[in-house]
Design a protein around this ligand. Sequence first.
Ligand code: NDP
Ligand SMILES: O=CC(=O)O
Length: 338
Amino acid sequence: MAAAATLLSVRAAPALRLRGKGTCRLLSCYASSSPPPPSSGEGFSGKVGFLGLGIMGAPMASNLIKAGCDVTVWNRTKSKCDPLLSLGAKYESSPSNVASSCDVTFAMLADPESAIEVACGANGAAEGMAPGKGYVDVSTVDTATSKLIGKHITSTGASFLEAPVSGSKKPAEDGLLIFLTAGDESLYNRVAPLLDVMGKSRFFLGDVGNGAAMKLVVNMVMGSMMVSFSEGLLLSEKVGLDPNTLVEVISQGAISAPMFSLKGPSMVKAAYPTAFPLKHQQKDLRLALALAESVSQSIPTVAAANELYKVAKSLGLADKDFSAVIEALKAKEHNSQP
Ligand SMILES: NC(=O)C1=CN([C@@H]2O[C@H](COP(=O)(O)OP(=O)(O)OC[C@H]3O[C@@H](n4cnc5c(N)ncnc54)[C@H](OP(=O)(O)O)[C@@H]3O)[C@@H](O)[C@H]2O)C=CC1
Ligand SMILES: O=CC(=O)O
């Protein structure tokens, strides 16, 4: 009863807003082959900072530059700034310098530790913040981390928005991410034209923490689905079926998911070109387990999936795509053979 009431209240929450680039794009898949024309970023005037130029940050910042935005970048490993500088970005030598020279600063960092360090550490973004400026953290972190960063940023008089994204490398390149935002609604409205350059839809979910929680719930489902799919691929092969046919059959039925069609063929070939690093998927499962623990919710399937991602990491697969979790199942089978 209490759970049902909570679900209802979330659905009815007045703070929830959805904006999409149109039905067609909302329904378009995980890795669209023909992306719609990019949004122009028109409607935002000011300088944009971007911290963290990894698999996701680089294409997101690149799309902002291509849309005509005045972008300043920083990355811990400086050489990753070079392709962005060639596109016309400016460079600053620290997060605080980026924040002080820009009106709004985005951060796309690996995990809670790096997100906190870049926002709140020495020469961190908070040191360059001031009233009128905004900080938008698009990294996937837990709710406590997001609240901590938000507190640091807002203590300077600046505004804070958490905006983790759903969608991987290809959607980031194509400007088709889904933003799960929460925090300062006027900052949300201010940066909406920028979110529309980088994404196909955006949700405003209310207070800081709700965006992080939504992202963790989505990714815990994704991580478990990938494990279940891996088990299916291996079992089909073991009983003499062609796993490529399994991928085809799944793609035509009710459990069809773009992720299966996209990753299945390369998984059958034991190839795992990195789009979403396995270490980040395991981090998300770890954080989702802690989120569930905080409300005494049992998520045994996720707990089991997490163990497999941990095994995969121990096999040296942390930087491979998360679909490499199938190798952990293969290793288990190998070890259990007499
Ligand atoms: N890849 C994907 O498909 C998706 C990823 N995400 C999430 O987005 C975030 C980024 O992912 P992704 O781009 O794939 O990850 P990458 O590992 O490619 O990039 C991580 C970024 O964080 C920086 N970083 C790591 N540690 C530190 C530190 N201590 N101080 C400063 N900078 C640091 C890295 O800098 P350096 O270059 O110096 O290492 C790099 O810029 C993660 O939270 C991930 O979970 C969300 C949706 C999809
Ligand atoms: O966080 C990963 C994604 O694909 O979304």
